[in-house]
Design a protein around this ligand. Structure first.
Ligand SMILES: *Cc1c(COP(=O)(O)O)cnc(C)c1O
Length: 428
């Protein structure tokens, strides 16, 4: 009786929506399709032999802790190991300032749960990781987007905007950034901008949520200090994950920062799921403690570097004039920009016909989307498939941007499925 069931749903369900990436799954699951659309690590990156050793040990453990209920903020040894690991990056936190979560995604959801009332302002880059829209949807924030360039978030624009928001009496609840190998943009925030961001956070007393799941996946250039390492007053919450460096299936991530914020998140988590799965936490803890992660990472970095290089070389060869893209020094994604006026959404079915899918950039924008972008992933497709996929996509782009391009390829807004209004502020 669907009609009666419908009337049972809570008001907040009207604000829930599926992530835009799900839309492309219907193509990605078609046989023979090469997907550059997902955000999956390579299955070849999962350290199966190390995991076999760890599993064996956990099965033999006397008190069977891997299978038992555990404390809400997380396994004590894993939290201590995370404190040590963060210290090597210059991030100083106490154990009470660390919570283990079911992935970074849950850390973001819990931050929304404890910080946001409807209409509160969240500042993000433009574009931004789209998982935050689903994580925060029911808390109904108002998003304020800040643009990026090759050095990441434009901190001068941020400063102007924080000042003008302040004049209007608006104090953003938090500023969400992915400073390293940005998803979807592939850019990394420079050391200079990171410093500026940490200073602005203190000056405007705005919490920065630094989501850094790709920190360990640098295959070129120098490590840069996390924003949290430049913060002296506890304004940065550092979010991390084992998903991209071990395996996403364990669902182990964390948040670290001001103990009062972490404590509230822990209270919220009690109500949600009591604690993060014990088995995954024990696996992650051993993977760190036995030095397996640090022995394994160089292989993952080398693999992703090869894949990135294959993709960039094929793009040089097959993408037409007028199309540009970022050149990431790590992570899993790059961001393609077509001439303005070309909408990437109608290109998706055409690309699927030729055997390749990508993510149109629209869903990554907190405000009105720019229609002429796409995100490409190089971690998941095989080395053999990458050049083929790029050649096919190049054909689609050549048709769309060349002199014979069909006019009026559609407008970004009309392509969106109807949904309840998301509270938004126009870009300043
Ligand atoms: C993949 C990803 C996540 C989700 O990570 P989980 O730990 O698997 O929840 C969060 N943030 C960003 C920027 C990501 O790319």
């Amino acid at each position: 009786m669907p009609a009666t069931v419908e009337s049972l749903f809570a008001e907040r369900t009207k604000w829930m929506r599926a992530s835009d990436v799900r839309e492309i799954l219907k193509y990605a699951e078609m046989p023979g399709i090469i997907s550059l659309g997902g955000g999956l690590p390579s299955p070849d990156s999962f350290p199966l032999e190390d995991l076999a050793v760890i599993f064996e040990e956990l099965l033999k453990e006397k008190n069977a802790g891997a299978f038992q209920y555990g404390p809400t903020p997380g396994d004590a040894r894993l939290r201590a190991a995370l404190v040590e690991r963060l210290k090597t990056r210059g991030v100083a936190v106490e154990t009470e300032g660390v919570i283990v979560t079911h992935g970074a995604q849950q850390a973001i959801e819990l931050l929304g749960r404890v910080l946001l009332d409807p209409g509160d302002t969240v500042v993000t880059t433009e574009p931004t990781y789209l998982g935050i829209f689903t994580a925060l949807a029911t808390y109904r924030p108002s998003y304020h987007g800040i643009r990026m360039d090759d050095e990441g978030l434009l901190t001068d624009v941020l400063e102007d905007d924080l000042r003008s928001l302040d004049r209007k009496g608006v104090r953003p609840k938090f500023l969400y950034v992915v400073p390293t190998f940005h998803n979807p943009a592939g850019v990394t925030m420079s050391a200079r901008r990171r410093r500026r961001l940490a200073d602005l956070a203190t000056e405007y007393r705005v919490l920065v949520v630094e989501d850094d799941p790709y920190y360990d996946l640098r295959f070129e250039g120098e490590d840069l200090p996390p924003v949290a390492s430049l913060d002296k007053e506890g304004w940065v919450i550092s979010v991390g994950s084992f998903s991209k460096i071990l395996a996403p299936g364990f669902r182990v991530g964390w948040a670290a920062g001001h103990p009062d914020v972490i404590g509230k998140m822990s209270l919220a988590k009690q109500g949600v799921d009591l604690f993060t799965n014990s088995f995954g936490q024990r696996v992650a803890e051993r993977y760190l403690r036995l030095g397996m992660l640090d022995r394994h990472l160089p292989q993952v970095r080398a693999m992703y570097r090869r894949k990135r290089d294959l993709m960039l070389a094929a793009m040089e060869e097959h993408f037409p004039e007028g199309v540009s893209w970022t050149r990431p020094q790590g992570g899993m994604f790059l961001w393609v920009t077509l001439p303005s006026g070309v909408d990437t959404r109608p290109l998706l079915p055409r690309a699927a016909e030729r055997g390749v899918v990508f993510v149109p950039g629209h869903g990554f924008f907190p405000g009105p989307p720019e229609a002429n972008h796409m995100r490409l992933n190089y971690s998941y497709p095989s080395e053999a498939d990458i050049p083929r996929a790029i050649e096919a996509l190049g054909g689609v782009l050549t048709e769309a941007t060349g002199p014979m391009a069909a006019p009026a390829v559609g407008r970004a807004s009309s392509a969106r499925a109807p949904r309840p209004p998301r509270p938004r502020r126009p870009r300043c």
